[in-house]
Ligand binder design. Structure first.
Ligand code: PEP
Ligand code: MN
Length: 359
């Protein structure tokens, strides 16, 4: 991909901070938010959703084209660059006609190469910067694909936005960060600026700083944060929006550990930690499988009047595991206590089965 760097585009290597409301709701809300954001020097781009398709119909779906005029005024009044989400060719045309400076593709659009193609065709011939959110599901190629399509029509000011991924379980966050996907994107395209959207990852205010800090620890290039002059009254995503003052406070708390140096130590450590996380999950999974079999044996013993502890079998097992472990170079004191602790838990599980009157 041919990428125009942030330095070439904005004339600075400082983190790129994009901020503004989830949705434009009224002229006053947009303008007051922008005027307050203007006081934060790090904020370069004012974002605002204009068309807001919701998961279910009948919610607030954005005020539409009218808000493009409000953004024109924002630009005049504050000098901030303005950005809106475009989800079809018509949005692109309207945004371009209204002098919007930057557009972004949302997570629901990036999943659909047909839509991305239509949008690219509408953008052809311009060199407007495009922010590309990650698709809803963690498919790095789909994300890359959207950026390549933009590149194919001549767009080179491309910024990837990490907004987390849909996860089938409820977790602490609204969308899972899955940092490994971001690291893979960074590995393949070292020049591509990637910023982080803690608002859509976190889904709530209390976690924004910790997510943003992590993004900078992985050497990402900036943030997109949703701000609202009165977040509690916001018509969309009110839980995750903060006031411009809270954004200023959050930015002041971020520690820029290594600046944007060439030192990749943090990155390496992150990769290694992810390996550890995976291995621990596998370990727990294997242990769980073992305990499930232990329980089956417990049921068999109970039904056949066999004692829980079979001392000969236990002696043999202990010796056999110790031999294997010693051949692998384990410390024998460590391995003895590990074997014992697993055995104790196995006995406890079988005792539970013996005491269970339903078995
Ligand atoms: C947004 O930025 O307001 C938005 C809808 O984001 P996403 O596409 O990441 O859900
Ligand atoms: Mn939002």
């Amino acid at each position: 991909m041919e990428i125009t760097t942030l330095q070439e585009w904005l004339g600075t290597d400082k983190p790129l901070i994009v901020s503004g409301p989830c949705s434009a709701e009224s002229y006053e809300q947009v303008m007051q938010t922008a005027i307050a954001l203007r006081k934060i020097p790090e904020v370069r781009i004012f974002r605002s959703g204009v068309w807001k398709p919701r998961t279910r119909p009948k919610g607030f779906e954005g005020v539409g084209s009218e808000a493009l005029l409000w953004l024109k005024d924002v630009k005049k009044e504050t000098g901030l660059l303005t950005a809106v989400e475009v989800a079809c060719a018509q949005h692109v045309e309207e945004a371009l006609n209204s002098g919007i400076d930057v557009v972004w593709l949302g997570a629901r659009t990036v999943v659909n190469p047909f839509l991305v193609n239509d949008i690219c065709n509408a953008l052809k011939g311009t060199d407007i910067p495009v922010l590309v959110k990650n698709p809803l599901h963690p498919d790095v190629n789909l994300w890359i694909g959207a950026m390549e399509r933009l590149n194919d029509v001549g767009i080179t000011k491309i910024v990837a936005v990490h907004r987390g991924f849909f996860y089938y379980k409820n977790t602490e966050y609204r969308n899972q960060p899955m940092w490994e996907v971001v690291i893979e994107l960074k590995r393949q395209f070292p020049n591509l600026p990637i910023i982080n959207d803690p608002s859509h990852i976190g889904g709530k205010r209390s976690v924004l700083l910790q997510i943003a800090q992590k993004a900078f620890d992985l050497e990402l290039s900036g943030l997109m944060v949703e701000t609202h002059i009165n977040p509690d009254e916001a018509l969309t995503d009110s839980q995750q929006q903060i006031t411009p003052e809270q954004l200023a406070d959050m930015l002041s708390k971020i520690v820029y550990r290594k600046g944007f140096s060439e030192d990749k130590t943090d990155n390496k450590m992150e990769l290694l930690r992810q390996e550890i996380d995976k291995l621990d999950a596998e370990l727990l999974d294997i242990l769980n499988k073992r305990f499930n079999i232990i329980k089956e044996i417990g049921v068999y013993k109970k039904n056949n009047n066999i004692t829980i502890l079979q001392i000969e079998r236990w002696r043999e097992m202990f010796k056999n595991r110790l031999d294997i472990a010693q051949n692998m170079g384990y410390d024998s004191a460590f391995i003895k206590s590990l074997i014992n602790i697993i055995h104790e838990e196995s006995i406890r599980l079988q005792e539970d089965i013996f005491n269970d009157e339903d078995i």
